[in-house]
Design a binder for this molecule. Structure first.
Ligand code: ZN
Length: 474
């Protein structure tokens, strides 16, 4: 090891030794109070983390002071040390001595080390941003600040948590854009025409490796509302819609992680993202069932984006519409309506049952004078007729395939309700969009991959300081 490194290492020994000594002293003084030992250990761990990280950053940055070249003109850069800088890493606060590099030809300043580690214009390393934002995906910003300070000794304000969550959500959104472009982009179409697959060069946002080859998939989408701080014309708070989707093993017993997507986005953006995830997942041979409620924006797109999926109308929505049809036919609360509703609910699950229900309702339509509410009945018959090919519940049940959108409802609960609808919460569209994206990544178990890819991208970009070797004249 170089002499300069020896100095840092011996300082590390000394600082760590001091921490261990204070800990031992506190343990002795606790005289039998294990709670006090636990407290002392917690403090010692935080101090050790900071000491380790500071020594680590110093050693690492000293080692990086090889010759850097100007990315514009390839001249060797001149560097000089700046005052010690405090930064926040995923393992606590740390200090190191930054270097400024200047190209004497161009006159520009450069900070290669900071660029490579996400520290340009930010005191948080890429890893710290990942830690902060994954916590923000799970719990309110105020809790994140308290948790990080108590557990890691990381001081971060709620505002910084918000800003960091938005930045990381942006990384994720950019990855989603690249994935979508590789399927639906104009350039992707050209590449495919030339026999190349543009999907090969974009990272997968979701991991499907645990899935068994033959297990069928459930695909679902839905929308839900979020409260905005803006007031509408009547003085009450406005609400706006977000959309979400999932790809999960259709049978509960089958292994495999669920892939979630969620954002404040248009129906097309959601379907683009979900379909691109499906294609990148290599599911072309897999049987799939698309389960959803009756929303028009959904069924308008399913055939286009998932042409091979078996379409299923959520059975609870079907039952609700059958019940409304019964009320429209015989009058709400009448014995006939109640009896038929009960029978029809069972019939929905029988082979040929949904068709039999429709036949009864269609023949009722032919005798409008006997119908309680002909307008409502027409509406319900139109709905059920439009979805009749999505109501083969008996056959689906036989194959142990889903007939309800319970998985999607639970996804909305996890993505939205549990995080965005806590008491008193209000969200701007941008703020809600950021949290939904990182929360979807977190729930899918693919959050840290996005952070790692970001780190790798920044490191790769900093390669431009390595300089271009001048060819030796022959
Ligand atoms: Zn230059």
């Amino acid at each position: 090891m170089k002499v300069i490194h020896r100095e840092t290492v011996s300082l590390l020994h000394q600082q760590a030794g001091d921490i261990l000594e204070s800990f031992a002293e506190a343990a002795v003084q606790s005289s039998g109070d294990f709670g006090k030992v636990e407290e002392a250990a917690h403090v010692a761990f935080i101090e050790l983390r900071n000491v380790l990280m500071s020594a680590g950053l110093t050693l690492s940055s000293e080692e990086s002071h090889r010759t850097h070249h100007c990315p514009c003109c390839n001249e060797a850069l001149h560097g000089w040390a700046l005052p010690v800088r405090r930064v926040v890493t995923s393992e606590g606060e740390a200090a190191y001595r930054p270097f400024r590099y200047r190209c004497l030809a161009c006159g520009d300043d450069h900070y290669p080390l900071e660029e490579a580690n996400g520290l340009s214009g930010s005191q948080f390393t890429t890893g710290a941003k990942g830690l902060i934002s994954e916590a923000a995906a799970q719990t309110p910003f105020g809790h994140v600040t308290r948790w990080l300070l108590a557990e890691r000794g990381i001081p971060v304000s709620a505002k910084e948590v918000d800003r960091t969550a938005r930045e990381v959500a942006c990384w994720r959104a950019q990855e989603e854009e690249r994935l979508k472009a590789a399927v639906f982009g104009e350039e992707a179409a050209h590449l495919r025409a030339e026999g190349e697959d543009p999907l090969n060069v974009v990272p997968a946002l979701h991991e499907f490796s645990e899935w068994t080859e033959k297990s069928p998939a459930q695909i679902s989408v839905d929308g839900a509302m979020i409260r905005s701080p803006k007031k509408g014309a009547d003085g009450s708070l406005e609400w706006f819609e977000h959309r979400a989707g999932l790809i999960a093993p259709a049978r509960r017993k089958d292994p495999g992680k669920t892939a979630y997507v969620g954002a404040v986005c248009s129906a097309d953006e959601l379907f683009d993202c979900l379909a691109a995830t499906w294609r990148k997942g290599g599911h072309s041979q897999r049987m799939s069932v698309f389960v959803a409620d009756g929303a028009k924006w959904i069924w308008d797109r399913v055939g286009l984006y998932f042409p091979d999926a078996l379409q299923v109308l959520d059975v609870y929505h079907a039952a609700e519409h059958v019940a409304s049809a019964a009320n429209a036919c015989w009058g709400e609360g009448t014995k006939e309506a109640l009896d038929w509703r009960k029978r029809a609910r069972g019939m929905l699950m029988e082979p040929g049952g949904p068709d039999a229900i429709l036949r009864t309702l269609l023949s009722a339509l032919k005798k409008p004078e006997q119908v309680a509410d002909i307008k409502a009945l027409t509406r319900e018959v139109r709905y059920l007729f439009g979805h009749r090919h999505r109501m083969h519940y008996h056959a689906l049940k036989q194959q142990d395939l889903p007939i309800g959108s319970g998985a999607m409802e639970s996804a909305i609960k996890q993505l939205n309700t549990q995080r965005l609808k806590q008491p008193g919460m209000k969200w701007t569209r941008e703020g809600a969009d950021a949290v939904l994206r990182i929360r979807a990544a977190h729930l899918s178990g693919s959050f840290q991959q996005t952070v790692q890819r970001r780190h790798a991208t920044l490191r790769a970009a900093a390669q431009r300081y390595q300089g271009v070797a001048t060819p030796v004249a022959a």
